[in-house]
Design a protein around this ligand. Sequence first.
Ligand SMILES: [Zn+2]
Length: 578
Amino acid sequence: MSKTPNYDEKVKAILDATKPGERVCPITKKTWVLTQNEIDKYRQWMVPVSELHPYFRVKMIGGWGAGVDLWWKPHVYTGKPILCSTHPDSLNPVLPDREYYQKDHGIEHGIDYDLLRSLFEQQKTLFASCPVPSLFSTASENCIGGGYVHCINCFMVFGSYDSKNSWYIFRCRFVDDCIDGVFLEHCENCFSCCMSVRLYNCIQVFDSLDCLNSCFLFDCRNCEYCFGATNKRNRKYIWFNEQLSKDEWESRRKQIDLSSSKIFDEYRKKFRDFLEKEAIWSEYTNVNIQESQGEYFLDTVRSSGYFMTKATDVENSWFISFSQQIKDTVIAVDSEHVYLTSVAANSQNVKFSFVIMSSSQMEYCSDCRNCESCFACNGLQRKKFHIFNKPYSEEEYWKRVDELKCTMLDKGEYGKFFPPSFAPWIPQTGFSSVVAPFTQAELEAMEAPIFDPKEQMRFAPYIKDQVLHEIEEVPDTINDIGQEWVNIPFEDKEEGRRFNVNTKELAYRKQKGYPFPRRHYRARFKELVSQINSPEQEIGICGQCEKQILVNKNPMFSKKKVYCHDCYINYLEKTPIF
Ligand SMILES: [Zn+2]
């Protein structure tokens, strides 16, 4: 028996009346085609059809995923500035994570709602009064960053799980002893690597699996002692795709000191130019997929979107792992039946929500943990049958939810996601800003607030009397850089952000032989991500058989040579294996 019979009848009538055909996205103005098959899928979700272009839908939700920025903002009760992922100009008040988890702060802010008024208008009060955890961390020790789970001893760790002893990592899982890493899984002792699985002791490797002791690799698998290699399998002692003897390779490698910024940059440029000429890109970079259409999939069944591991029946979503039955969602782990949501972990039956952990039957909720059957709630912990953070009996709850959903549907509000102005960070700086940045026109059409990145420091306790230095003043090679450069602020003018290097980081880079950072870590993350394929697809032509294929755009290698999967496999088999 349905618990919301009136709503069910109403949405069914709307879907019955919905006809397939061309639609125009109100934000991007791009046209898209709604098929009968998609309308039938909406029946399973029991929601009205989204008016947004499918790609923009998920990109918009991606704007809500944790980005890579930290700011200073006053503690909601004491006013003392604290480091947090929430921008000082955002609606949301903040509390240090430890204090946040000590009790349910949200329950103190419950409101009586007016059925006739807009839900968003009323929920804005909750977004503005319920504190959010400063770093959105869970079960982690000795870390600084944002949105990380089960991490230990990490500095500037963002959106990552089960990682330790690492610096500046974004969207990583099971990494250890890594610095400057994005989209890495099971990697150890790596620097400046991206979108790779099971790397050990590697520098500047991307789109690769199972490689060791190598630098500058693209699309390599099971390679060791390689320096500059593209599309290689099971190889050793490769030097810019040339086979060398062990002695020759070791002698050349010894002459290159990558702890010099100049030499590192020179080889990075050489590798990119080489890659542009030599590399073949497959139409997709997926491993073990069935009936799936997307990029960077591992063990995925009947799914579409970007970057998934062990996902089944996931449609138009990004960064999904160990999850099933998901649509138009960004970031879901161990979750099931999730629709138009940003960040769901260990949760089931979630719709139109943001940061839902270990919860079920949640709609229009934000930042709730261990909850069940809640509607339009913020910042609740261990609650059941709540609406606008107030408790109801089970019977009363469902009666009211049915009523609320019906009036929202009548007003055209049900089916839409929260306005971007409610987010603790903004589309400008969220997950999307690194993998698929919004255009100015999109930000304006979304009515996204524009926050100044320089405001990072508005409440910073140490900012006064700091003298900025030019990064060019710092010696080139890491061993020539002394303590006089520790904690010295530099400005990344392009990002509008300041950065410095602390004693531990300098010692770590010296020990590993990595160069001194010359840009803010946000710029370094963006540069790493710009090498890999973006979530956006376009129609391309196979460079071999000229078959039409779907290709993911690549910001850095816009003229990449792409083969359809069959031609790509054929190309790989023809390259000799030693
Ligand atoms: Zn082909």
